[in-house]
Unconditional design. Structure first.
Length: 145
């Protein structure tokens, strides 16, 4: 029997519980297994990060822009947290093209359209070398090396 791979820990900062549930449903339907925690705001995320170190932070762009900017600047100043990659998700109606350059200057590694699914996680694993997919039976695990 194969050992279960070490799952990558993802922190999703999303103010909509429905978006979180949609993300979980899409990944489950695609047989993608991840370890994902939810915080509803950047302030809640900072509290979470005091006792947890995820492998990846995914943040909803639609949360108040100033709050996002402050959060990203805070983690960029922290000697341990600054090494955690940050992905920003854009929803319908967001000005992705205009915001991407500024987000990258702040410290966002990748900007993607919602929803987060297998294809987008696959793109992320190609950009972030310590994340990978491992297949086992009928499931795909997002793992951290």
């Amino acid at each position: 029997m194969e050992a279960t791979p070490k799952l990558a820990k993802i922190l999703l900062i999303e103010d909509s519980k429905n978006e979180f549930l949609l993300t979980q449903m899409l990944l489950r339907r695609e047989n993608v297994i991840i370890d994902m925690d939810l915080t509803r705001s950047p302030a809640e995320a900072l509290t979470y990060l005091k006792s947890n170190k995820p492998d990846l932070i995914v943040i909803d762009k639609r949360i108040a822009v100033l709050e996002n900017n402050k959060f990203i600047k805070s983690i960029q100043k922290h000697k341990i947290l600054k090494n955690i990659p940050v992905v920003m998700l854009f929803g319908i109606g967001d000005e992705t093209a205009e915001i991407n350059p500024y987000s990258c200057e702040l410290g966002v590694n990748i900007c993607l359209d919602k929803p987060l699914n297998h294809d987008k996680l696959s793109f992320i694993t190609k950009q972030i070398d310590f994340l990978s997919f491992q297949a086992s039976e009928n499931q795909i695990y997002l793992c951290a090396k």
